[in-house]
Structures are given as C-alpha cells and as structure tokens.
Design a protein around this ligand. Structure first.
Ligand SMILES: [Zn+2]
Length: 272
C-alpha cells in the first residue's frame, strides 16, 4: 500500500478499525485509544496503593466501612454478571479489587487502575446515605473499568510521538512510541490516576457507567442528582470540595444524569 492510499485508508476507516491500540468501551461503545500496556499501569497502581494505605489512617467507623465494602462487592458482582450474560470478556477479570475507608477530612474518593478503591471519610457528609455513596463509588469504579488512566497515557504518548500510526501498525508498538511509553512508565501513578482531572468525555462516560453499575447493583439512581446538587451548593460558597477539583460539577452534568436515568433503568436492570 502506498503512502497516499495508506493515509486515505487510515482516515476513512477511523483508527478503531485498523489500529491494534484501539478498543471499544464495552458499556458505552465509545472508541478508545489504548496502547499503554495495562499490565504496567496496574502494577504501578498496586505499588502506589500499597504505599498510600501504609501512609493513611484507616477509619474505625465500622458502619460506613461495611457499607462501602457492601457497595463495592455489589457493584463488582453485578459487573461480572453483566459481562457473563452478554458473553463478552469482563474487562475487570484481571483486577485485584481492594477497598478502604480512609479517616481523612478531604472530600475525596478514587478508584486507581486495577480496582484500588479509597473513600475518604470527608466525603460522607455529601454522600449522606448508601445511595449517595454508591453514586460516588460507581463513578470512580467506572473510571477504572473504562481504563481511563491507560487511555490518557496512550493519548499523551500519541501526541508526543506525533500519533505514531506507522509504529503501531508495524509490530504493535515500536521505535519512538516504545521509548515514549517507557518514559511515561516512570511517572507517578498518583499523578496519572488520581490527582489530575479526567477529560470531559471520560467524566461523562464515568457518570453514565456509574449510573449503570448503581442500577444493576440495586441502588437509587436519583440520589446521584441530589449528590451533585449538594456538591454544587458547596461550590457556590466558594469552598470547593477536593472531589470537585478533579470532578467538575455543573448544571449540564446534573441535567444529563436526570435525562439518562430512565434509559439506564431499562438498559441495565437489577442483576444481583
Ligand atoms: Zn470522574
């Protein structure tokens, strides 16, 4: 294939059809560039999480710890059942799920790659109840299930290498791309997965998938709207909860959640 033909083929097909680094999100069907090796990011995440837990104070609040564990287990089980029912590979089958409630006033929560969940006690005053906590956890678990960190890393590498299509085409990942990946592997996972905000598309996708997980696990989807409203009220008082520094709150988001709820209920019914 000559260069012109190659470029035409590339442009007309879209990256998803020809690049081995492109995948389709199995829940939302959005095309994603995923060429950053998942095994590496999960390994980095494991090291980060172990250190994070060692440095943190684990909460002694038994009730909320149990609640958090129940929500996580309900969601993990429903995710597994969802993919089994559809007979498609479960993207979380290699995850080593861990979850801890951290005694910290920060209004925050995360799920690092590979299923490493942390909820800070500071966010409980906004989540208020099991459905509110499920909304936060579903959203965070969604970022991990959708492999958003690996996608962001892949995009950064693609930008840095001038979107090395040819590299990916010939032998998967080669030359400059391989070098860029190895450089990126040295980065702090905390920076990649937890501290930086995800893009608008990823946030929106995590909202949608989070609702789907809440629905399949039997939680009240309307509480997600109330939760973001509570966050938004705090926002107006100019004291922005840390959670919002990485998860922008907006009226559009709340309207979108409201619009999605009936669709989610019928597409992702209770499964456990
Ligand atoms: Zn998010």
């Amino acid at each position: 294939m000559n260069r012109r033909k190659f470029l035409l083929y590339t442009m007309s097909c879209g990256c998803g059809l020809i690049l081995p680094g492109c995948k389709t999100n199995p829940v939302t069907e959005r095309r994603q560039l995923l060429m950053y090796p998942e095994a590496f990011i999960n390994k980095q995440s494991e090291v980060f999480y172990k250190n994070f837990i060692r440095r943190s104070k684990i909460s002694k609040d038994k009730e909320n710890t149990e609640l958090m564990k129940k929500i996580a287990n309900d969601m993990i089980e429903s995710i597994d059942k969802y993919f089994t029912k559809l007979k498609i590979p479960n993207p979380t089958s290699n995850y080593k799920w861990e979850y801890n409630l951290i005694d910290d006033i920060q209004v925050n929560a995360f799920c690092a790659p590979g299923g490493k969940i942390a909820v800070f006690t500071g966010i409980l005053k906004y989540t208020k109840n099991k459905d509110g906590l499920a909304a936060v956890m579903g959203h965070e678990i969604a970022h991990a299930v959708a492999k958003h960190s690996a996608e962001r890393m892949s995009r950064a590498i693609a930008t840095e290498t001038g979107f090395a299509v040819a590299d990916v085409m010939t032998g998967g990942i080669a030359g400059k791309t391989r070098q860029a990946i190895s450089e990126y592997m040295g980065l702090d996972i905390l920076d990649i997965a937890v501290m930086k905000s995800h893009g608008r598309k990823q946030e929106s996708e995590a909202d949608y998938m989070g609702l789907a997980f809440s629905s399949m696990a039997g939680y009240d989807l309307n509480e997600s709207v109330r939760l973001w409203k509570r966050m938004h009220e705090k926002d107006k008082n100019k004291k922005i909860p840390q959670f919002l520094s990485t998860h922008p709150s907006s009226k559009t988001r709340i309207l979108q959640l409201r619009k999605w709820i009936p669709e989610i209920r019928s597409k992702f019914p209770y499964t456990i």
